[in-house]
Ligand binder design. Structure first.
Ligand code: ZN
Length: 484
């Protein structure tokens, strides 16, 4: 007897064929096909469930259960029910043509008395155009495919159909604190990052307000696309949690590498993946475990995180906007050009700042050292939001913008340069990544000016945001320390 069920894959459920045969031997259930200990343990649970429901294994026969494909290691929360139904059909203790149909998948846990339990990860079944029916226990949920619900093994024939219901994945808007105010320079930075979704690292002395800035910035992004939000919901469901808004996560720097990156016996997503489609705030970036800092490179570049387990590579989506803050020295007081005393030795300071340089810093499109202006007018979050709405309207109508500027390629951006642009600005960018950031940020600045073409002034301002403070930080490590 062959029936269909599901096993967990990296990022969802995939079909598995459950073969059941009887061979001479002791009356017991043997499960083959690289099942994990949780599945293997189910044989005793299934025996108890069958007995409680008035069924028996045939005497002098052993039940062999094989999970196909054989060569894949398997984990599942819902094979108990499939194996039990396979046994009942093979031993002819139930006779129902419908149950043998290839169009029915069995997915459920069993308790010792034979009641069918809906697996926690049932919500991961979101195949587009999935035309089969899934038989499981009773739940209050609806799914985008037909479900046959039954109470226990003895009442399989009384299963009721719950018709498919299209799932609405509406992303509720994020709450914005409209009255909070920022100085005009920071308001421009907030608009720029919220609009283009450029990864940001903001540095400055402790207490200068950089954390407040990134927290408010995170609430001003445009909502994620339908597909991205659906993916994000699926990741949250792997942990049995529901997602209603664009995720904004701000893990503390003491978080373990596994909690941040993902992993574990059953390969759970980490915070990096839970922030997919949203924002990941990394307050005090340099205080995070070095393993986390190096693991951030891949998702920042590719939008995916790859994990190795038992000799195989697994992947999770991890495409979020990275907003990070850092002090410029361990005590948090150092600020270039400021006379405020810093308690750190030159060596400590040099080590700290040097950790900021190089390819790691290059992954943040914008690096900015915050300095409080002497005089500036204040702009409220409400004003920033209203202006962003206008610019987004321009992007949609005039530029038919589909993705954030941060996702645009160099070739595409080069075609949008104004004819009068002096291209000598570009070769000065020291790496391909910085040149890419320069053009992307310039694109956002042109949008903020309602300009279809990227002009010279946009490139010049983009140079300030993407490169100026990187040069400044490199200069400290050479000159400033020597002077201290
Ligand atoms: Zn210090």
């Amino acid at each position: 007897m062959d029936i269909q069920s599901f096993i967990r894959s990296d990022f969802g459920l995939k079909p598995v064929r459950v073969e059941v045969v009887l061979v001479p031997g002791l009356s017991q259930i043997q499960i083959l096909g690289m099942a994990d200990p949780v599945i293997k343990e189910s044989s005793r649970r299934i025996l108890s469930a069958l007995r409680h429901q008035g069924f028996r294994l045939p005497p002098g026969k052993q039940v062999l259960v094989n999970l196909q494909p054989n060569y894949v290691r398997k984990h599942s929360q819902g094979l108990d029910f499939a194996i039990a139904v396979g046994i009942l059909l093979e031993t002819k203790q139930i006779e129902m043509p419908l149950l043998k149909s290839e169009k029915v998948f069995y997915y459920g846990g069993l308790d010792l008395k034979g009641e069918v339990i809906v697996p926690e990860d049932m919500g991961l079944l979101n195949f587009e155009n999935f035309s089969a029916q899934v038989m499981t226990g009773h739940s209050g949920q609806s799914y985008p495919f037909n479900v046959l619900e039954c109470k226990d093994l003895a009442t399989l024939s009384e299963a009721t159909i719950k018709a498919a219901q299209p799932q609405l994945f509406t992303c509720q808007p994020t709450r914005v604190s409209a009255q909070v105010q920022f100085d005009s320079m920071m308001a421009r930075l907030i608009s720029l990052v919220a609009l283009g979704e450029h990864p940001l690292l903001i540095a400055g002395a402790a207490g200068c307000g950089k954390t407040t800035l990134v927290e408010h910035l995170a609430t001003l992004l445009s909502p994620p696309s339908h597909t991205t939000f659906m993916e994000a919901k699926k990741i949250w469901r792997l942990l049995g949690r529901d997602l209603k808004q664009r995720p904004i996560l701000a893990p503390h720097h003491s978080i373990t590498p596994m909690a941040m990156i993902g992993g574990g016996a059953h390969l759970q997503p980490g915070e990096i993946s839970l922030a997919h489609g949203g924002v990941l705030i990394l307050d005090e970036l340099l205080e995070f475990h070095p393993q986390i800092q190096s693991a951030l490179r891949e998702p920042m570049e590719k939008g995916w995180i790859y994990l190795s387990r038992a000799g195989r590579r697994h992947s999770f989506p991890a495409d979020s906007l990275f907003l990070a803050t850092t002090n410029l020295c361990p005590c948090g007081s150092f600020q270039p050009g400021s006379i405020k005393p810093c308690r750190c030795s030159s060596l400590k300071l040099r080590n700290y700042v040097e950790r900021l340089s190089g390819p790691f810093l290059d992954r943040f499109a914008i690096f900015h050292i915050y300095q409080k202006p002497k005089q500036s007018h204040l702009v409220s979050v409400d004003e920033i939001q209203k202006r962003l709405q206008k610019i987004r309207g321009f992007q949609e109508e005039k530029r038919q913008q589909k993705v954030a500027n941060q996702k645009l390629g160099v070739a595409q951006l080069m075609t949008q340069l104004d004819a009068k642009v002096h291209l000598d600005l570009l070769p000065h960018s020291r790496s391909h990544r910085r040149r890419q950031s320069l053009l992307r940020v310039a694109r956002s600045l042109a949008d903020m000016d309602f300009s279809l073409k990227i002009k010279q002034k946009h490139l010049e301002e983009a140079q300030e945001w993407t490169a100026r403070d990187i040069y400044r930080i490199e200069r400290f490590s050479q000159d400033d320390f020597a002077a201290r």
